[in-house]
Ligand binder design. Structure first.
Ligand code: 5AD
Ligand code: SF4
Length: 437
């Protein structure tokens, strides 16, 4: 019996899919990359923006035909799109081919419902967002040398545009002991790089003892022998403390990559977004980081066209982007999400204006990204190898500590190994380099 998983959305979702895959394999299923062969299709959904939702509905609907041809096919929907009751009702109303629906905190129940399906017909739905955190999650990793490690679930920030707090529930931190035990076992299993995951990792430890905070977690991770690199996702500027900066400064393993979404450059919009920082505070934080870490790689997320955003507000976003010179910016058109405060606003920005602003933003950022990458030419970086390219086996790729992608020619396989490479040329998204002899 074969399973096929299609994952939409962020790293958190990718990691949840690794959990679902491990559960399915424990229940005796084998993976397949061929949808035609699948006995179970599991769709891990994302509801952060409407554009993703449209694609997901399209994929789920395409499974109706498959089920008609193969009535024994099981269709399982998990993730953010099915973590609110109304959304689940809407989904199920027209789609009789769905067997199991599990919210973001109910994935561990997958084997139970698959067993139930043997004797009863579905759909079975469980979306309990108050469910306590289940320890002992198992994951099927895609790479032997790197792993995700969830340190907290949910989000309490309620940024006014964001659906996440409604679909991933309240912020719940795992104990530091559980996290460190998992990290040690990953390293014993050959993992060199761990990415700590959470919606707002900087506020890790809420509800735990005072010592259990993000800075101390980083310091404890640093001590794990055999672990080479520590990354973390995602940070919130309001919680990125001096203590965290000090922990990173004292470490040789924590990557000098800072992903700090600023979302908007205008104080008025930041306030309406409920972000709890202003332009000046954010700017000070970035300058402080640049001061501590001159080689830091800086990335950010920006939303354009938040309700009420005027041309003047937008220009403030543009000017902050120009001033701070990020290596990369992920830019998004504001997408109204039902149930969030911003979606209720009657000053929505027309789609054409949003698109025009997005293009202007991307144009500026692409120039900066290229400039930043070009500045790396001639310098040597330690890369963690990610293996040969699919199209040309002579070419391998790897990532710098700052998470930049570099391609290089090599005869030996450097997957999962640290290797020095001198950058020889650069474009906007990646670089070419030469192995240092
Ligand atoms: N519309 C557009 N972008 C959004 N994001 C979150 N919610 C929305 C929305 N409703 C973006 C933010 C966040 C990133 C993961 O997705 O920039 O940092
Ligand atoms: Fe959404 Fe804000 Fe929470 Fe990030 S911090 S997940 S943007 S509510």
């Amino acid at each position: 019996m074969y399973y096929y998983i299609r994952t939409f959305g962020c790293q958190m979702n990718q990691h949840d899919s690794q959990f679902a895959a491990a559960l399915l394999e424990k229940s005796g299923y084998e993976p397949t990359a061929n949808l035609d062969e699948a006995d179970i299709v599991l769709v891990n959904t994302c509801s952060v923006r409407e554009s993703a939702e449209k694609k997901i509905f399209g994929f789920i609907d395409s499974l109706i035909l498959r089920k008609r041809i193969k009535p024994s096919l099981r269709v399982v929907i998990i993730g953010c799109m099915v973590s609110a009751e109304e959304a689940v009702d809407n989904l199920l109303k027209k789609r009789k081919h769905i067997d199991i629906v599990l919210g973001t905190r109910s994935i561990h129940r997958l084997p139970h419902y698959l067993e139930l399906l043997e004797s009863e017909s579905g759909p079975f739905v469980e979306i309990d967002l108050d469910h306590e955190v289940v320890e002992g999650r198992i994951h099927k990793r895609e790479d032997f040398y790197r792993a995700f490690l969830t340190i907290m679930y949910g989000c309490d920030n309620f940024c006014s545009y964001c659906i996440v707090p409604y679909v991933r529930g309240r912020e719940t931190s795992r104990s530091m002991n559980d996290i460190l035990a998992e990290a040690r076992s990953l390293v014993a299993d050959g993992v060199k790089e761990i990415t700590l995951l959470g919606q707002n990792v900087n506020s890790y430890g809420k509800g735990l003892s005072e010592e259990e905070n993000f800075a101390n977690l980083l310091l404890a991770m640093e001590k794990i022998d055999g672990l080479e690199r520590i990354r973390y996702m995602t940070s919130h500027p309001k919680d990125f403390s001096e203590e965290i900066i000090d922990a990173i400064a004292s470490s040789s393993k924590i990557c000098r990559h800072f992903h700090l979404p600023f979302q908007a450059g205008s104080d008025r919009i930041l306030k309406a977004m409920n972000r709890h920082y202003n332009r000046e505070k954010y700017r000070d934080l970035i300058l402080n980081i640049k001061n501590h870490f001159p080689d830091a790689v800086l990335t950010t997320d920006i939303i354009v066209g938040f309700p009420g955003e005027s041309e003047e507000d937008f220009c403030e976003t543009l000017s902050l982007l120009k001033e701070l010179e990020f290596d990369l910016a992920y830019t998004f058109l504001y997408s109204p999400r039902r149930g969030t405060p911003a979606a209720e606003s009657d000053s929505q920005v027309p789609q054409s204006v949003k698109k025009e602003r997005l293009l202007r933003l991307m144009d500026v950022q692409n120039g900066i990204s290229l400039k930043k990458n070009k500045a790396m030419v001639g310098k040597t970086y330690m890369l963690l190898g990610e293996g040969p390219s699919r199209t040309d086996p002579k070419v391998q790729s790897g990532r710098t500590d700052g998470n930049k992608l570099v391609h290089f020619e090599a005869k030996e396989d450097y997957t999962g190994k640290l290797v020095p490479v001198t950058v020889t040329s650069a474009n906007t998204w990646s670089m070419r380099g030469q192995l240092l002899k």
